[in-house]
Design a protein around this ligand. Structure first.
Ligand code: C2E
Ligand code: CA
Ligand code: CA
Ligand code: CA
Length: 278
């Protein structure tokens, strides 16, 4: 079709991959629109590492598709972002959060655990998303929880005045801002003092080695000292073993999350039963 005297390679693997992606996009669009119950929220607890106190939960999206089975968020979130479906996904997650948080609406005004939500950087500047967030924030506050938005560090490389302004506005209404996967973005540390943020989440790559590693410890220690100086909280991600937890405690890391502390789980009675009495 494209003329004589040339040849083209047909890469069967590539074509299969595109087909599979296309099928996933169509399935994702249909499910988000018409079968939202395929999406559920898993909540992973966050703890104070020094005292063991429960600090809140991170919300992680789960998609169980009848055709595709369980699809990892690493796969479908990127597709939702690329195909303009990310707000539809957020709307579904926020509805679940409202339902779940309201079911654990407690009366203690001095206790407000965090509910941390992952946000794609492209949503920050989106008016429809901003209004979803403000509505969610009102519901969460009314139940004595605190909304926190997690934005991945590497996505913030294109930091604009608009983003800084939006973070500032959100903080004015009591929303906390966290930088996720900190340490993977190769970004300049100098931007930290310009950013209105409350928390850094150290990526789990810094905990990878099972045995004590001086270099990793020194990096974590440097992040902690810097964050302390800037009055920013630090949370270590991916704590799997007691040894890792102890290392972080010794280094002075305040908060943590990981399979070794608690796995992501549905908002059932067992999760809430594991929490300290109020
Ligand atoms: P993330 O925000 O860094 O979330 C933490 C991921 O690490 C989760 O994977 C969690 O299950 C996993 N994890 C927690 N503790 C451990 C541990 O001790 N060891 C190991 N190996 N892994 C641990 P998950 O649920 O598969 O989510 C992957 C990513 O997908 C998330 O990474 C986040 O970037 C994205 N994601 C998930 N839900 C949403 C969402 O609702 N919206 C957006 N925009 N992104 C989401
Ligand atoms: Ca996160
Ligand atoms: Ca992370
Ligand atoms: Ca991650």
């Amino acid at each position: 079709k494209s003329g004589r005297a040339q040849f083209q390679l047909f890469d069967r693997k590539l074509s299969l991959k595109n087909e599979a992606q296309q099928r996933m996009v169509e399935s994702l669009r249909f499910s988000l629109q018409y079968e939202p119950e395929q999406f559920s929220a898993a909540y992973q607890p966050l703890y104070n590492l020094q005292t063991g106190e429960f600090k809140g939960v991170e919300v992680l999206s789960r998609w169980c598709s009848p055709e595709l089975g369980q699809v990892a968020p690493d796969k479908f979130i990127a597709l939702a972002e690329a195909r303009g479906l990310i707000n539809l996904h957020s709307a579904r997650m926020f509805a679940l959060i409202e339902r779940d948080v309201l079911s654990w609406c407690h009366g203690n005004e001095h206790y407000s655990p965090v509910i941390a939500v992952n946000v794609s950087v492209q949503q920050i500047d989106d008016q429809a998303f901003q209004s979803l967030i403000l509505t969610l924030n009102e519901k969460v506050k009314a139940a004595n929880w605190q909304l926190e938005l997690e934005v991945i560090e590497s996505q913030l490389m294109t930091l604009t005045d608009r983003v800084i302004e939006q973070f500032t506005q959100w903080r004015e209404v009591g929303i906390r801002i966290a930088i996720d996967d900190f340490g993977t973005g190769y970004s300049c540390l100098a931007y930290l003092h310009q950013l209105p943020i409350d928390k850094l989440k150290i990526d789990r790559q810094f905990l990878k080695t099972k045995t004590q590693s001086r270099k990793e410890d020194q990096i974590i220690y440097a992040i902690l000292s810097m964050a302390n100086a800037l009055n920013i909280e630090v949370l270590a991600e991916g704590i799997e073993s007691d040894e890792q937890r102890e290392r972080l405690q010794q280094l002075g890391c305040q908060t943590g999350q990981g399979f070794g502390l608690a796995k992501p789980q549905p908002w059932h009675k067992r999760l809430m039963a594991a929490l300290p009495a109020l």
